[in-house]
Design a protein around this ligand. Structure first.
Ligand code: HEM
Length: 123
């Protein structure tokens, strides 16, 4: 059954399930694997800390979330797919207030990243 997101255990489950989908997705796999290469364990660790900070207010993530996205070859269709996979992962596995917040925060971050990338690509 669907779990509430209350501890780092659920955060890890969410991140693992989501990036399993990403790595198998025909549109996104090559972009992620091309950038991350053999560093998936490191990327996943970083993403555990990122979502732990955002959803549980346990401040284990320090960094610049946008920086690694600045030069990626991504357009609206990639962000649409990213959001679709993220929402599926949440809705199939989690429920409750933090689950809803995760979708809201992901949507806001995706919007901000897209605006920044569009601006960079113009200049
Ligand atoms: C890092 C791809 C959307 C949050 C990364 C990295 C890649 C990537 C390649 C660098 C991994 C590494 O070298 O360690 C993408 C693509 C996206 C996308 C292709 C959309 C199509 C998002 C969204 C969020 C997000 C919407 C926010 C909810 C992060 C964070 C990091 C990261 C927090 C780590 C930043 C750091 O280095 O501290 N992403 N991403 N990404 N991404 Fe994304």
């Amino acid at each position: 059954e669907r779990k509430e997101i209350t501890t780092i255990e659920e955060i890890k489950l969410l991140v693992d399930l989501f990036y399993d989908k990403v790595r198998r997705d025909p549109l996104l796999a090559d972009i992620f694997n091309g950038a991350i290469k053999e560093n998936w364990p490191l990327h996943l660790e970083k993403m555990y800390r990122f979502w732990q900070t955002v959803l549980l207010q346990e401040h284990t993530y320090h960094g610049s979330p946008f920086a690694p996205h600045a030069q990626l070859p991504v357009k609206a269709e990639h962000f649409d797919r990213w959001k679709q996979l993220f929402f599926e992962t949440i809705d199939d596995n989690f429920s409750g207030e933090k689950a809803q917040e995760a979708k809201f925060r992901a949507t806001k971050m995706a919007e901000m990243f897209q605006l920044k990338i569009a601006y960079i690509q113009q200049n």
